[in-house]
Ligand binder design. Structure first.
Ligand SMILES: Cc1ncc(COP(=O)(O)O)c(C=O)c1O
Length: 458
């Protein structure tokens, strides 16, 4: 595979984007309190804030939407989705949901009780939030190598099996209502999990009769990483690999806004008929009837088509190639990143790029603001703005190990020349890195402050 297979599509509908002037960008950022979340999207030239729900749908998805059946119950669209679900995932039962966290809400609402623990490689923040909201304890047991930004390992999302066994021994299987694994590991750099590891995790959960659920947002990217990197899988199709992954689990949930290539949607799938019945009852109360679950008929059709398109191997070669291309390009212009490239994003190591800016002056914030000012590009700070907190006993500030800016790539949206532009812009910032200054927070909410914080340049 060349490092950047060209886009396996051509463009027949365009959405104009524009780069506003440097003065306008400075003005927009100041009005936003120097927080890129508060920028109007129209003032952003290349938007790498998230890969969730931001991708482009294909002509076949738009065509399928025209055939959407909006019947309240038993719509044709539901049966088309059910057919794709059965073939791809193989679970006996599923319900559609409006997005991933809605599935998490239902699953945790049914299974998590105060004091119970849910292990995973790493939980995504919405999963963590849903578990905590029920008084549960989300526990991350990813292998330690995940925390070494430059360690080269093909599957840095793997769970540490010894940590998992030890954890189950300590808390007792009866206090674990379900176990989980996230593929790919979004909270840990979008790194994949090997089939060998998923098989071992499944065996441990089964041995202790703990139901095993997969957080499947990026299952297709993960499956393609397995095809590329795991011995014995090079001649298997992505569909075969995905089928093998899900055969090892008792259920799965998915934010379809990622690998199913839709702007909105999700699902919760299980094998247990009793649990399915309880899920249906919850779904009807919170999302909608069991054959639409908070989505329109046309959304179900877009999802049924998108699930297959997300597993297309020419698309996946281009997709992972594009992320790798961005990472290699950044290295060539002196911009350090987490390595290897993740499936959906490149994480710039702003701590290493801006060593003169201490944690308390937010190097990731400094870089994300500079990236917007320099080239109208929006990424997201994942560092001390997001994660620093005062020690409850001493009051001393505890800072995260890494100060990152995540550049998440929307699917089928930006071309190679957009990536070149991002590389050039970051390259010119790297040349004047020593001139960049930190920030001071002028407003912060008590929880999840990164979304609404306001700043002042130092
Ligand atoms: C791994 C993972 N799980 C769950 C979710 C939640 O999905 P949604 O945003 O559709 O609610 C996300 C979204 O980014 C995710 O990346």
């Amino acid at each position: 595979m060349s490092i950047h297979p060209p886009e396996p599509f051509r463009i027949k509908m365009v959405e104009p984007i524009r780069l506003i002037s440097a003065e306008e960008r400075a003005d927009a950022l100041k009005k936003a309190g120097y927080n890129v979340f508060a920028l109007p999207a129209e003032d952003v030239f290349i938007d790498l804030l998230t890969d969730s729900g931001t991708g482009s749908m294909s002509q076949n998805q738009w065509a399928a939407m025209m055939t959407g059946d909006e019947s309240y119950a038993g719509a044709r669209s539901y049966f088309r989705l059910a057919d794709a679900m059965k073939q791809i995932f193989g679970f006996e039962y599923f319900v559609p949901t409006h997005q991933g966290r809605a599935a998490e809400n239902i699953l945790t609402g049914l299974l998590v009780k105060p004091g119970l623990s849910i292990p995973s490689n790493m939980h995504f923040d919405t999963t963590e939030g849903n578990i905590r909201a029920r008084g549960g304890r989300p526990v991350n047991l990813v292998a330690d190598i995940a925390f070494d930004p430059t360690a080269q390992h093909p599957f840095k999302g793997n769970m540490d099996i010894n940590k998992l066994r030890k954890f189950i021994r300590e808390v007792g299987a009866e206090n674990i209502p379900f176990g989980s694994i996230t593929i790919t590991n979004n909270a840990g750099g979008g790194q994949p999990v090997s089939l060998e590891n998923i098989r071992a995790v499944s065996a441990v959960y089964r041995e202790h009769k703990i139901p095993f659920f997969i957080d499947a947002c990026r299952f297709a990217e993960n499956s393609y990483f397995i095809k590329l990197r795991e011995p014995g899988y090079e001649n298997k199709s992505v569909a075969e690999i995905a089928r093998e992954i899900f055969s090892l689990a008792d259920g799965a949930w998915m934010s379809a806004k990622k690998d199913a290539l839709v702007n909105m949607g999700g699902f919760l799938a299980v094998r247990d008929p009793e649990l399915y019945q309880q899920i249906c009852n919850e779904l009807i109360m919170r999302e909608g009837f069991v054959t639409y679950g908070g989505l329109s008929g046309r959304d179900l059709d877009a999802l049924a088509v998108g699930l297959w398109e997300g597993m297309d191997e020419a698309y996946l070669a281009y997709r992972l190639g594009q992320t790798a291309y961005l990472m290699e390009g950044l290295h060539a212009v002196g911009v350090p990143t987490i390595e290897p490239a993740g499936g959906h994003a490149v994480y710039v190591d702003s701590g290493r790029l801006l060593p003169h800016i201490p944690h308390g002056e937010f190097p990731g914030q400094a870089l994300s603001a500079a990236l917007y000012l320099e080239g109208g590009i929006r990424g997201v700070e994942i560092g001390s703005v997001m994660f620093a907190y005062p020690d409850p006993d001493s009051g001393e500030m505890i800072y995260p190990k890494l100060e990152l800016v995540r550049l998440a790539i929307p699917r089928r949206m930006y071309t190679q020349s957009h990536m070149d532009y991002v590389i050039e812009t970051l390259g010119s910032l790297a040349k004047k890195a020593t001139a960049l200054r930190g920030y001071r927070i002028t407003y912060a909410a008590r929880f999840m402050r990164h979304f609404t914080a306001r700043f002042e340049p130092l």
